[in-house]
Design a protein around this ligand. Structure first.
Ligand SMILES: [Zn+2]
Length: 566
């Protein structure tokens, strides 16, 4: 090798840029260090971190411009992703975070709009690293041929090692590692898990089913980000449209009050509602049991799936093309403004209760998904002052980001949104629906976090350490089908404030006339029997093996909230 008298050369510049970029999120390296207990773990983590840093540097010193360009793009994108996530969520980037991001990848455009000014440091980090990697290193002659391959091998080895750790530790172990290596490792784990899942075959429907003389429509309305404690049916102040002026349930409404969501992220809850499962066995059930669509088809229903959030046939919440095979009608509102889409759902469901086709319908509403600035018409500006309007009218849903100038203004916009997307929605539904021919179950996918505890960050849900409000939803049933109404009246009193999303799947099977005892044995209690729910939601939901659950209790439920008893 040629000796160079000065250390201030191109190579120093390269290394300097890369190291500077890697050090931008230094806070998260320290966070990981603080959580380590004992010398062994500290040494192990330090060694792993050093390896990842060196691997990144090594890649930068490849003599191949093509390889360096590829690395520059990959590293910059990964660092931008990981660092932005950590800043916006104010939480380490776990494997489950990666999976959640991946599942909501269809919202990347909205997310970019929302990230706003909070991603300046991640952008700087990404640019520094990309620049450092692209600058050509000084040519060097290698004494050993193998040395030539070190730059290309190093990041692969580091990613493989990290992936192995993440796999062995059920999704943990890679927080506080540089973004350059983490994303590749998580990607490898996810692909492996997906491939391993292929071994699972979904079981056929085996539960006993009795045909019904006159089956009614069964509808599951999944609202979006609607906190149960805000609605009047959950003891709050916002009119849900389900109670009358005297705050008593409207005729045909059976209120189960506050309930626990399955998860605090849309995907986790929607998956649970579609595949069933109890708190103990949800991962196995999600992988192997028949979908709710299969049960509905088997029971003779025409199956309808309405997704108001996405357009152009895009699927979300881990739904697959395979699921679509069991769905007779897949409805989205490509040409309807976001603010009017829930209204469309209400009209559509009402209409379907009048045709003579027994239908099973799941509807994912727009609801109050972040950002809510423009989710209600001007005339619904009841709570003031509210967040500024006019900029986010085309944003349906977005899991992360800002748009929050002040939480007090945002909460007013949220209240106005609920008046429109829940209160007015129900008015439309009740005006048009024939409840003597339908059984409707209403809930929201999860609650919301308005950072009332002073916690930093802008995330309204999907938090890793969520407050109780993030899993606090409400559950209500609406029907005038005589025998079901009698049962619902009884059980909505008995089970008031003691139900969760886990009770909904067995309820739907009960309503489809599957054998109630078998259903309970496999899926747990339905809403129409004693539920005794522990009122917890899973803040570390993973549909794959991976993360063990982390159960968080919802907001307290008191008998005085029971509007059915007033
Ligand atoms: Zn959601």
């Amino acid at each position: 090798m040629r000796a160079n008298p000065s250390i201030w050369n191109r190579d120093t510049l390269k290394a300097g840029l890369v190291i500077a970029g890697l050090l931008v999120p230094y806070h998260w390296y320290l966070v990981r260090w603080e959580t380590l207990s004992g010398v062994t773990f500290t040494i192990f983590y330090s060694a792993l971190l050093t390896l990842c840093l060196i691997a990144t540097l090594a890649a930068a010193f490849s003599q191949s411009i093509l390889f360096r360009l590829g690395c520059a793009v990959l590293f910059a994108a990964s660092v931008l992703l990981v660092n932005s996530y950590q800043r916006v969520m104010d939480a380490p980037f776990f494997y489950v975070s990666f999976v959640n991001l991946f599942e909501t990848a269809s919202f990347t455009g909205d997310a970019l709009e929302q990230f706003g000014g909070h991603i300046l440091p991640p952008v700087v980090a990404a640019l520094l690293i990309a620049a450092g990697v692209i600058v050509p290193p000084r040519p060097r002659a290698y004494r050993y041929r193998i040395a030539r391959h070190v730059p290309a091998m190093a990041p692969v080895v580091a990613m493989a090692l990290l992936a192995t750790i993440v796999f062995a530790r059920d999704g943990a172990g890679a927080t506080g590692m540089p973004g350059t290596i983490v994303t590749g490792a998580y990607g490898a784990v996810m692909v492996t898990e997906k491939v391993l899942q292929l071994r699972h075959r979904r079981e056929p429907v085996t539960l006993d089913h009795k045909p019904m003389a006159r089956p009614a429509d069964i509808v599951l309305i999944v609202d979006e980000s609607v906190r149960g404690d805000y609605l009047d049916i959950g003891g709050g102040k916002i009119r849900s449209g389900l109670l009358n002026a005297a705050e008593r349930p409207r005729p045909g409404v059976y209120n189960f009050g506050r309930a626990a969501s399955a998860a605090n992220c849309s995907a986790g809850t929607n998956i649970t509602l579609r595949y069933g499962g109890t708190r103990v066995n949800y991962q196995r059930y999600i992988a192997t049991k028949p979908t709710i669509w299969s049960y509905a088809k088997e029971a003779g229903y025409h199956t309808v799936y309405i997704d108001a959030q996405l357009t152009d046939g895009r699927l979300q919440n881990s739904m697959t093309k395979k699921d679509l095979k069991q769905i007779d009608e897949f409805i989205q509102f490509d040409h309807t403004p976001v603010v009017d889409r829930d209204e469309k759902i209400a009209e559509l469901i009402a209409e379907r209760t009048h045709n003579d086709v027994p239908e099973f319908i799941i509807a994912n509403k727009i609801g109050a998904h972040f950002p809510v600035n423009d989710k209600y018409p001007e005339s619904y500006t009841i709570y003031k002052p509210a967040s500024p309007r006019g900029r986010l009218a085309n944003v349906a849903t977005n899991d992360r980001g800002t748009g929050v100038q002040r939480w007090d203004l945002y909460k007013n916009a949220y209240r106005n949104t609920l008046l429109w997307t829940v209160g007015h929605f129900m008015d439309t539904l009740f005006a048009g629906a024939d409840l003597s021919n339908a059984i409707i179950v209403y809930t929201s996918d999860h609650g919301q976090n308005f950072h009332e505890d002073g916690s930093p960050g802008y995330a309204t849900h999907c938090s890793q350490n969520p407050p109780p409000s993030e899993g606090t939803v409400a559950i209500a049933m609406m029907t005038k089908v005589p025998d079901i109404a009698v049962e619902a009246a009884t059980w909505s009193r008995t089970d008031f404030g003691a139900t969760s999303h886990f009770d909904i799947f067995p309820t739907l099977l009960d309503l489809m006339n599957y054998d109630a005892d078998e259903v309970r044995l496999v899926y747990g209690p339905s809403l129409l029997e004693p539920t005794n729910d522990p009122l917890t939601f899973n803040a570390r939901f993973s549909e794959f093996g991976g993360n063990p659950p982390y159960w968080v209790h919802i907001m307290p439920v008191t008998p005085t909230q029971n509007v059915s008893l007033r």
